[in-house]
Design a protein around this ligand. Structure first.
Ligand SMILES: [Zn+2]
Ligand SMILES: [Zn+2]
Length: 331
């Protein structure tokens, strides 16, 4: 059912997109209106981005683009992506979807913003400035033609899978008792996270987990546009998983392996479980989500949460048997 929902919504979005371009082309009365297939190919080629992209590479040097524009894009997406979640805090009707009851105060937010200002300006900006020469050395470029939409899509998907596996183990390593208090403890200051706590972390953690974000681009692409799209997806996913809200239209309802805010919020609340960033696969495989699934099963069956994944739907998740629930599986 989930797969059907996902396939249907993706197909609908694609059809609407192609129809819009096809209709625009037909009404403009071009010499030879494009066929449906040509319209699809035109969208896939990303030619509509070419004027802006050419303007950028013709008017700015590579250092400004690699370091400066990447930094600005990160800031705009990070803080811009947080604003909708911030506004949710002021809508009483949405408070029923809050995962934990603890309120987000301005005191907590301003403390978070102070560390973020330090991290972004003193740590991340120098990292991006120095990354210019690394990107050049590795052969990254920004030339035209641009990669196709399909190429960017599958590379972003594979990057997410690689990052998720790396993050699972690197994150588990950061929870190792001998080093936890030196690095990762800072990120766990917020037991009930909210959007911008995503990057509230020690600089060493930014470096260690950042390696996983770069793994996909390093193995799969040498074009800056693919790198930027992946960076935007990763930032948005990270803000969403720290949002503290289990909204009805969340991706967990659509993507069978998606962890989302409920999965990561539980990590902040309970600490030694749910280590993966994107998906629920590795926590399920390595058994680091048993207590989470136990608690979630109770919430799901009592209507307190709608979170579920493919392992739950297929009855593959383990939780202790509750005599009042016939669906329960024996642990
Ligand atoms: Zn952690
Ligand atoms: Zn976190």
């Amino acid at each position: 059912m989930l797969t059907l929902k996902l396939a249907a919504s993706s197909a609908l979005a694609s059809v609407l997109c192609v129809t819009a371009v096809y209709a625009a082309n037909a009404t403009m009365g071009g010499e030879t209106p494009m066929t449906w297939m040509e319209t699809l190919e035109e969208l896939n080629s990303l030619n509509f981005l070419l004027p802006a992209w050419k303007y950028m590479i013709e008017n700015y040097d590579e250092f400004t683009i690699n370091a400066g524009f990447t930094f600005v894009l990160h800031e705009v997406v990070y803080f811009g992506g947080w604003i909708p979640y911030l506004l949710l805090d002021y809508i009483p009707a949405v408070q029923q979807y809050k995962i934990q009851e603890k309120p987000n105060t301005w005191e907590m937010t301003s403390k978070c913003l102070k560390l973020l200002a330090f991290n972004h300006v003193i740590v991340q900006l120098p990292m991006m400035i120095s990354s210019h020469s690394s990107l050049k050395m590795l052969g990254f470029g920004m030339d035209v033609p641009l990669p196709t939409a399909w190429t960017i899509f599958w590379k972003v998907m594979v990057s997410a899978v690689l990052e998720d596996f790396y993050n699972y183990w690197a994150h588990r390593f950061l929870h190792w008792k001998k080093i936890y208090k030196y690095i990762h403890k800072l990120h766990h200051e917020y037991a009930a996270p909210f959007g911008i706590t995503a990057e509230y972390a020690h600089p060493a953690e930014t470096l260690i987990l950042g390696l996983g974000t770069f793994l996909g681009p390093l193995l799969l692409t040498r074009h800056l546009l693919t790198l930027w799209v992946w960076m935007v997806v990763r930032i948005m996913q990270s803000i969403d998983s720290h949002s503290g809200y289990d909204l009805p239209f969340a991706l967990t309802s659509w993507l069978p392996f998606w962890g989302g805010p409920v999965h990561h919020d539980y990590h902040h609340e309970k600490f030694d479980c749910n280590y993966a960033s994107f998906f629920t696969i590795w926590d399920w495989v390595f058994g680091t989500d048993v207590q989470f699934r136990q608690d979630q099963h109770i919430k799901y069956t009592t209507g307190k949460s709608s979170w579920s994944d493919v392992f739950y739907k297929l009855g593959l998740a383990t939780y202790k048997k509750d005599p009042s629930d016939k669906k329960a599986k024996k642990a």
